[in-house]
Write a protein that binds this ligand. Structure first.
Ligand SMILES: C[S@@+](CC[C@H](N)C(=O)[O-])C[C@H]1O[C@@H](n2cnc3c(N)ncnc32)[C@H](O)[C@@H]1O
Length: 243
């Protein structure tokens, strides 16, 4: 899968050359291209922003250099389609469902705003707008990094163990069960006996119950949309009776 990032600060994405995403790029599973609209300006100062019409503080990204960058990327892709995403606090809140949907694409183009934001006409150039959450960042880059990581790790061949993406928080609409590793006892807290029992069926049941318990305690809203079985409802009744 190809990730294209339109950003005033391509160097912020250099970190993606390390770790699992670095390996995935070396293996050709993903390709990440960060490109600055400054390359597509014609003036001496490589101007990409200007003061807002009507006055007010800060600078606003101009549409021209962004269009030129998107056209260049289309050409470099040989006209193959992409899905264009604008990172903005005014977009839909990014979720695992977005990441799953994006991981089905061949190409995702992420457009990052900066300063006071971007000219309204840039909105017409994209397919979708997403926000990382109800807070304001300096620019779209941190949000783009989050979208790339969450999407890329769902692609076959990116995670060492395909199981780990299937099992964790939000994969099936629930939060993940508690995890333990060595030592068996740490500062008086012991690993639950059942996890050392070797009884796989009992461990699976415990994990499902703890996943439901954690979701009920921390994110009860998720239970309204999670696909729950009759057995899950029985486990939830048990948890409520234990409270
Ligand atoms: C300082 S913000 C501009 C905010 C803009 N004036 C507004 O009120 O919507 C600069 C850029 O950071 C990015 N950004 C800020 N917060 C974000 C968030 N929560 N999610 C995604 N992108 C964000 C956007 O690309 C935005 O254009």
């Amino acid at each position: 899968m190809r990730f294209e990032i339109v950003t005033l600060f391509p160097e912020l994405f250099d970190g993606l050359r390390t770790g699992l995403l670095g390996k995935a790029q070396e293996a050709g599973v993903i390709d990440i291209q960060a490109i600055t609209p400054r390359e597509f300006t014609s003036d001496r100062h490589r101007t990409v922003d200007d003061a807002p019409y009507g006055g007010g503080s800060g600078m606003v990204l101009m549409p021209g250099p962004i269009v030129e960058t998107l056209d260049h990327l289309d050409e470099a892709r040989g006209g193959k389609p992409t899905h264009r995403l604008l990172l903005t606090p005014q977009g839909a809140r990014f979720s695992q469902a977005h990441a799953r949907r994006f991981s089905e694409l061949d190409s995702l183009t992420l457009v990052c705003g900066r300063y006071e934001g971007f000219d309204e006409r840039i909105r017409g150039l994209v397919d979708e707008e997403v926000s990382l959450g109800d807070f304001v960042l300096l620019g779209g880059e941190a949000a783009a990094l989050a979208v790339i990581e969450a999407t890329a790790r769902l692609l076959p061949g990116v995670l060492g163990n395909e199981e780990s993406a299937a099992d964790e928080s939000h994969a099936d609409g629930l939060l993940e069960y508690p995890q333990y590793t060595r030592p068996e006892e740490f500062r008086g807290e012991r690993v639950p006996d059942i996890l050392r029992s070797g009884n796989h069926a009992a461990i699976a049941r415990w994990r499902r119950k703890e996943s439901l318990r954690r979701t009920l305690e921390r994110r009860p809203d998720l239970l309204e949309t999670a696909a729950l079985t009759d057995e899950d409802h029985k486990l939830l009744d048990e948890i409520r009776a234990e409270r």
